[in-house]
Design a protein around this ligand. Structure first.
Ligand SMILES: Cc1ncc(COP(=O)(O)O)c(C=O)c1O
Length: 369
């Protein structure tokens, strides 16, 4: 049996009628940027997360950058970022002229280590980006306590975690502002780029809305210089259809994850760690093991495609070579880069495919390790 790591076309096939209708309505309306459909999606997404405001924008990377700009974070400012994440978190900081300070992540869960955040704070620190990596909410109580004490902002990076909860509250409401990505492979994915900011900070909401649309509150009025970062109407209409299914899809991901974790119990392949009052939405189902490459090949030989998120920690990327950071400064993330492996967990996997993965995992455990 051949099992793809991800097949986004399967979801489209299932929703084809609804999605095609939504796109067709936009095409016939002749209205492609801004307006009622975008506003309506923003309202629904704000309600879904439980935030006062949702401002859509061009991508998750833009969402991070717009939040930083919205708070006037820029040159001479430092923003603390986990060393094990997608590059956007660091890029956004550098793009606004600030300095991204990398800190190590927690063993097992691989989200930002609150103790390391505390150690990295200086008088120049303005914010920390808490990335809910793979769909697992960070330890937000600890992070918010540090932020309160040192008077810094907390940005949640929810790109991989829409629908995840911490103490019963959805991600996107746990920090001072949050960035979401609607990149096509995400749990809530558009058919192109897209992103959103959620926040309860009224001043920030007003500012990022201006920044994302050339500083215009209305036509021919430019209060500030901004940029063009907008979710187009076709993407908003697609997301509007898909948002209804997000909880159901996350539940299916969680069930599949539970089956995989059962198959790995008592082995030296470590399943994802979920402790404390949080729900993981398994954007990725990521195991950790020392013989990662052997295991990946074994699965591939059995027809199961996997992926590595991420083969390099931020400090190991060429882009940050000039910072002169070494692996011993980030032992957990350096080890993660050589030990993580993502298994297929998308909601459209069939029961037969899931059972096949489970059986294969069981046989790997007895044969390979
Ligand atoms: C953790 C994380 N942050 C930020 C982003 C950036 O999102 P986008 O690709 O929409 O710019 C992504 C997605 O690629 C991501 O996984």
């Amino acid at each position: 049996m051949k099992i793809p790591f991800l097949d986004v076309a399967r979801q489209y096939t299932r929703l084809k009628r609804e999605i095609d209708d939504a796109i067709e309505q936009v095409l016939s309306s002749g209205w492609f940027i801004g307006g009622e459909r975008v506003n309506s999606f923003e309202q629904k997404f704000a309600n879904y997360t439980g935030s006062d405001y949702c401002i859509s924008c061009g991508s998750g990377t833009d969402a991070l950058e717009l939040i930083l700009r919205g708070w006037n974070i820029g040159p001479a400012d430092e923003v603390i970022v986990p060393d094990f994440t997608w590059i956007s978190d660091a890029e956004a900081v550098t793009t606004v002229g600030g300095k991204a300070i990398f800190v190590d992540v927690l063993p097992g869960e691989l989200t930002i280590d609150p103790e390391k955040v505390k150690e990295a704070i200086t008088p120049r620190t303005k914010a920390v980006i808490a990335v809910h990596l793979y769909g697992l909410p960070c330890r937000m109580d600890e992070i918010m306590a540090i932020a309160d004490r040192y008077n810094i902002k907390v940005i949640e990076d929810c790109a991989q975690a829409p629908g995840g909860t911490y103490k019963g509250r959805k991600v996107g409401t746990l920090g001072h502002a949050a960035a979401f990505s609607f990149y096509p492979t995400k749990n809530l994915g558009a058919y192109g780029d897209g992103g959103a900011i959620t926040t309860n900070d009224t001043a920030l909401a007003e500012k990022v809305r201006l920044l994302a649309n050339h500083g215009q509150p209305r036509r021919d009025t430019h209060l500030i210089e901004g940029r063009n970062s907008r979710l187009d109407v076709i993407q908003a209409a697609i997301l509007d259809v898909k948002l209804k299914y997000l909880d159901q899809w996350n539940l299916i991901r969680t069930r599949t994850a539970g089956k995989y974790s059962d198959a790995l119990r008592n082995t030296n392949i470590k399943p994802p760690v979920v402790t404390g009052p949080r729900s993981h939405v398994y954007h990725m189902y990521v195991v950790q093991l020392s013989k990662r490459d052997v295991f990946q090949q074994y699965l591939l030989d059995a027809g199961i495609s996997t992926a590595i998120h991420y083969p390099k920690a931020l400090h190991q990327l060429e882009a940050y070579g000039h910072l002169g950071l070494s692996d011993d400064m980030f032992p957990v993330s350096s080890n993660a880069a050589i030990s993580v492996l993502s298994l297929p967990v998308f909601p459209e996997l069939t029961d037969e495919e899931i059972e096949y993965v489970v059986r294969t995992l069981a046989s790997v455990v007895s044969n390979m390790l």
